[in-house]
Write a protein that binds this ligand. Structure first.
Ligand SMILES: Cc1ncc(COP(=O)(O)O)c(C=O)c1O
Length: 380
């Protein structure tokens, strides 16, 4: 079965009782029992709900994995994985990650005695050295948020396997439509389903997919014990969104390519980051492991923090907002918004400048998006 057929049919059988083509929302906190612990497989929605199960079947199929667990958010998904660690355990994280993920390691889990070390996962020598220190996991994004850096997932997974380290890939930017980290050897793939999978900027959610069957129980346990469950309604909305993922991703990528080409030629632009551009430093690895390059374009301008903050407020179609991956185009200033939780010296060290602006290209008509960019750039 191909991608869109899976997205529409797996986990989406018509309701057995009524024939409803769309499975209903099981908006319930609890379930009737015939006698203590005698029930139809569900006892309390923090522990499970038919809507969770449906979306898990869909997302596992799309990521070519065996099992999935859905969560209240992408951060909830990461929390569940990290909660399997103990005091003194180590984790290696990529040096270019969503700010909230970095904050989770640096300000929350570090307090519980979980050591984290950052590494440039584009540099395989540095990865090898970090893996030799016996971390439990290596956690990376590819492409990264916001610099669209690409790591060689297959090479890292192979080194990690030799060192008995588990690989987690945050696949939020690529989506399962363009990249399947499990087929490249990763142990876990996670998403902020808030982004492209939901696709309409109206729901928050997360998922972990894996082929390690024993982890299904651990992840379900973490969700139940920590309270990381989504609401059945949010979950149903994500199920609705994911059905059009392929159609949307084609258009997101087409628009991003046009926006990246336009900006790459613009005299006021210092640098364009888009893995689809032939001059992207990891373009060849991107081409090897991805079937398309996604909808995000980050651009460096010669602007101070204040000038960038003013510039991002002047677009008409690119709405100034955190998040990405919805049908509508958004613009973000990472240094003051999504990545402000990373200390400035750490941002500077990793190349995340104050003049960096991130565009999430929606599925509008590209001519209108480029006109919006042209009008704002005139005044830079
Ligand atoms: C790449 C990436 N991973 C994880 C997250 C966290 O997801 P959520 O906001 O759904 O908790 C985000 C949020 O922006 C993200 O961009």
């Amino acid at each position: 079965m191909k991608f869109s057929t899976k997205a529409i049919h797996i986990g989406q059988e018509p309701d057995k009782e009524t024939g409803a083509v769309i499975p209903p929302i099981y908006m319930t906190s609890t379930y009737a029992q015939e006698a203590p612990n005698q029930h139809k497989g569900y006892d309390y929605t923090r522990a499970g709900n038919p809507n969770f199960k449906n979306l898990e079947a869909t997302l596992a199929a799309l990521e070519q994995g065996k099992v999935a667990t859905v969560f209240s958010s992408g951060i909830g998904a990461t929390t569940a994985l990290v909660s399997s660690m103990k005091q003194g355990d180590k984790v290696v994280i990529s040096n270019d990650l969503y700010g909230g993920t970095y904050r989770l390691f640096s300000r929350v889990f570090s307090q519980f005695g979980i050591d984290f070390a950052t590494v440039d996962t584009q540099n395989l020598g540095a990865v090898e050295a970090a893996l030799s220190k016996a971390p439990k996991f290596i956690f990376l994004e590819s492409p990264t948020n916001p610099l669209l850096r690409i790591s060689d997932i297959e090479a890292i997974a192979s080194m990690a396997r030799n060192n008995k380290v588990m690989v987690v890939v945050d696949n939020t930017f690529a989506t399962p439509y363009f990249q399947n980290p499990l087929t490249l050897g990763a142990d876990f793939v996670m998403h902020s389903t808030t982004k492209y999978i939901g696709g309409h900027s109206d729901v928050i959610g997360g998922v972990v997919v894996t082929n390690h069957l024993e982890w299904k129980e651990k992840l379900d346990f973490a969700r139940m014990a920590i309270g990381l469950n989504p609401s059945p309604f949010d979950n149903w909305m994500t199920t609705r969104g994911v059905k059009t993922l392929a159609l949307r991703m084609e258009k997101h990528a087409e628009n991003a390519t046009k926006v990246a080409d336009f900006l790459n030629k613009h005299p006021k632009v210092k640098k364009v980051y888009y893995p689809g551009l032939p001059d992207h430093p990891n373009h060849s690895i991107a081409k090897k492991q991805m079937s398309g390059f996604g909808g995000i374009v980050s651009v460096e301008f010669d602007l101070s923090l204040e000038q960038s903050m003013k510039a991002v407020s002047s677009f008409k179609l690119f709405t100034l907002a955190e998040s990405l991956g919805g049908v509508e185009s958004l613009v973000d200033h990472p240094a003051s918004m999504t990545h402000a939780s990373i200390p400035k010296e750490e941002r500077d060290k990793n190349g995340l400048s104050d003049g960096l602006i991130r565009f999430s290209c929606g599925v509008e008509d590209s001519e209108d998006l480029i006109e919006d960019l042209e009008n704002v750039l005139k005044n830079f």
